[in-house]
Design a binder for this molecule. Sequence first.
Ligand SMILES: *Cc1c(COP(=O)(O)O)cnc(C)c1O
Length: 386
Amino acid sequence: MFDASTIELSTAALRNNIAFIRQALAPGTRLCTVVKGNAYGHGIGTFTGLARRLGAEYFAVYSAAEAYQLQKNLAQGVAIYIMGDVDGPALEWAVEHGAAFNIFELDRLSQAIRAGRAQGKRARVHLEVETGMHRTGIPSQELPLILESCKTHADAIDLQGICSHLAGAESGENHLRIAAQKLRFQEALAMAAAHGAVPPLRHLACSAGILNEPDTLYDMARVGILHYGFWPNGETRQHYMEVHGLKEDPLARVIRWRSRVIAVSTVPPGGFVGYGNAFQAQRETKIATIPTGYAYGYSRSLSNTGHVLIHGCKAPVRGMVNMNCITVDITDIEGVEKGDEAVLIGSQGGESISVASFGDLSDQLNYELLARLPHAIPRVVVDQHP
Ligand SMILES: *Cc1c(COP(=O)(O)O)cnc(C)c1O
């Protein structure tokens, strides 16, 4: 209630992106929708509800805390998979509620066995093997012991998957490292098979993997950023569009972030706008105030450089981004009034503000900027963006 801004999620855009991802997957490859980081800032509850209605049925999060949030939001019949942080009581909760999780060390496997026994349920686990990412993963010399343990404790352990994560499949410069990872993953699968373990879900690919490394598809792909309508990076976009002869971006942005004008004022020539002397008006300047500052995820680095859309025109940010508001130049936009919509990310009247221009021009920052959008901003679903 009384919110300063709202994030809108487009049903049409997500439907488009899911169709794009599915055509890139092999027919037998399952799609796992990655919704970590508050669904890349889109809002985990609202986004997964929407994705669910569009047919998504397998969701990956990083932590048990996110899984807990999902489990409360989603209807039955949806699979939840925790890729990273789950231990102690959280792990017991995961076993109780049938959430799958990664095993990358013996200690966690022991916990899973204990929890499964105690509850008379089989813990659903995926073995995350080390292939070269060097973050979490079972080193190959420990894999036989863990495989044996899974077999011995099959009453408490349901081995559903074997997986690993590619360390930078979006860039050609990582080609050798990725090639080595693919090889190590195959070796791990062979080792598992030698121990009689052929879990139904072998998975290695993320967004960049499905586009650049089709031989990493296996049984499932864990796809995040493409769902939201962003490419892993510019190189991947360019390469994909060139190879497929595309002129227009096949992805559509799901997010649109809007606020409104709360005040309009006039600054005489020579007057300064906001704190200090960051911006001095060279001419009589009309300023609109938008109640969204760095406390709401609008970065201070956009001081004097960002833009918002009002009446379908770009209005430049003047002066510093404040904690709770920004001031934008509307001198050249006719008839702006208090209450008019201001778009911070997304389109309005044929113009659009991309996340990249909203922040830095680097694509890697898309992930970061999106994930930093505050949880407190309300998220709503719309049919499509204007
Ligand atoms: C984030 C993540 C993904 C998804 O990555 P995208 O580039 O957004 O598709 C897949 N797997 C793991 C382990 C991840 O951490």
